[in-house]
Design a protein around this ligand. Structure first.
Ligand code: UD1
Length: 346
């Protein structure tokens, strides 16, 4: 089935989630029409309303699962979708070790279902949410896109499998335009404080944990390892502001407007910062003390990882612009706003 297409309609699977919702802002502000597709398994139903308060009109939300090929195909047709940004997926590394089938089902079967729907609907432009986790243990730093791949857990392998499927698909049919964006460590929130990262339960990742300590929801941060071979002994990561990341998606989409085939890009700041540097930046941004205790290393963690970002700069004309304090102050405002919001709704 071929659909009549209109240039600026973009479907965001997982569009209600942390990264999808920020990408929706960047795309919408660039003049594109966005449609969100989400099963709400790790996001909130009020996100379209919040987006509406940022950019003036709430986007449509189709509530559904990416494994539902029929619903996807109908959605692509109904909204005359021209391109898809595929964010939907499970993303907790530890959980993936205990539930590999759920990860392969959601992430790999979900992607296959989406690709079938796109093929049937005549939509051939896709930006895929990949992860720097596809590189596995860093063999050299900074890591460029030529770094060998080899993920070390089911979550990472699910991302890598999808990247490989996408490369095969692009090789089989020259009409496909595919960008795999390998995210480093996205943090931060939109400046409006209407959207941000709000994980269910105890956060696995560093920034949400720090911000919950700052607002008093948790008593202290546990720093996993103080004896790494880094300048202060704590882990070093490439933190990137989620709005920089969102703008990277816009740049990738524009790139695909004139380039077919399969492409991979690192999206990071291109700079490593330690856990304690992030803690200090958060203290500076919030004016609050973040109590912490150094505990054992977390199994599976590496000492340092950060990106070489020259390819994205040269080919996408994109680079991260926002610094650590900016990342922390946006999270602080968002977290405080949420605390107020929750008080009001009690
Ligand atoms: C993790 C995932 C990665 C995923 C990314 C998403 C692992 C091994 N990797 O990356 O696949 O793409 O999240 O953002 O889980 N830390 C603490 N205390 C905490 C939490 C974290 O000290 O309570 C430290 C970690 O040891 C690490 C750094 O903070 O050194 C960053 O951790 P995290 O935010 O979980 O990100 P990654 O482990 O880099």
């Amino acid at each position: 089935m071929q659909c009549k297409r209109w240039n600026v309609n973009i479907l965001l699977t997982g569009g209600n989630g942390y990264i999808g919702s920020h990408a929706a802002v960047a795309l919408s502000q660039a003049g594109h029409e966005v449609v969100l597709f989400d099963n709400l398994c790790n996001s909130r139903a009020d996100v379209p309303g919040r987006l509406g308060r940022i950019f003036g009109r709430a986007p449509s939300l189709v509530r559904g699962d990416v494994r539902d090929t029929d619903l996807l195909r109908k959605t692509l047709c109904q909204y005359r979708v021209d391109a898809v940004l595929h964010f939907a997926g499970l993303k907790a590394v530890g959980e993936s070790v205990g539930m590999p089938l759920a990860y392969y089902d959601n992430n790999v079967s979900g992607a296959l279902s989406l690709l079938r729907a796109m093929q049937q609907g005549g939509v051939r432009t896709l930006v895929f949410s990949s992860s720097a986790t596809v590189y596995g243990e860093p063999r050299y730093l900074p890591m460029d896109e030529q770094h060998p791949t080899g993920a070390t857990n089911p979550y990472g392998r699910s991302k890598l499998h999808v990247e490989e499927v996408l490369a095969d698909l692009a090789a089989s049919d020259a009409d496909w335009r595919i960008a795999c964006l390998r995210y480093f460590n996205p943090v931060g929130a939109h400046e409006s404080s209407m959207i941000g990262e709000d994980p269910n339960g105890t956060p696995n990742n560093l920034m949400p944990f720090i911000s919950q300590v700052a607002v008093g929801r948790r008593s202290q941060l546990r720093v996993f390892g103080g004896d790494y071979d880094t300048h202060d002994g704590t882990g070093v990561r490439d933190f990137i502001h989620v709005m920089d990341l969102a703008e990277g998606h816009l740049a990738a989409l524009e790139f695909l407007g004139t380039n077919s085939g399969w492409h991979a890009f690192n999206l990071g700041a291109g700079r490593g910062s330690s856990v304690l540097e992030l803690v200090r930046a958060f203290e500076q941004a919030s004016g609050r003390k973040i109590p912490y205790v150094i505990v054992d290393r977390r199994p599976g963690d590496v000492a340092s990882t950060y990106a070489k970002v020259d390819k994205a700069r040269q080919m996408l004309g994109w680079q991260a612009r926002r610094g650590l304090v900016d990342m922390c102050s946006s999270v602080w405002r968002w977290q405080q706003n949420e605390v107020e919001h929750k008080k009001e709704s009690i």
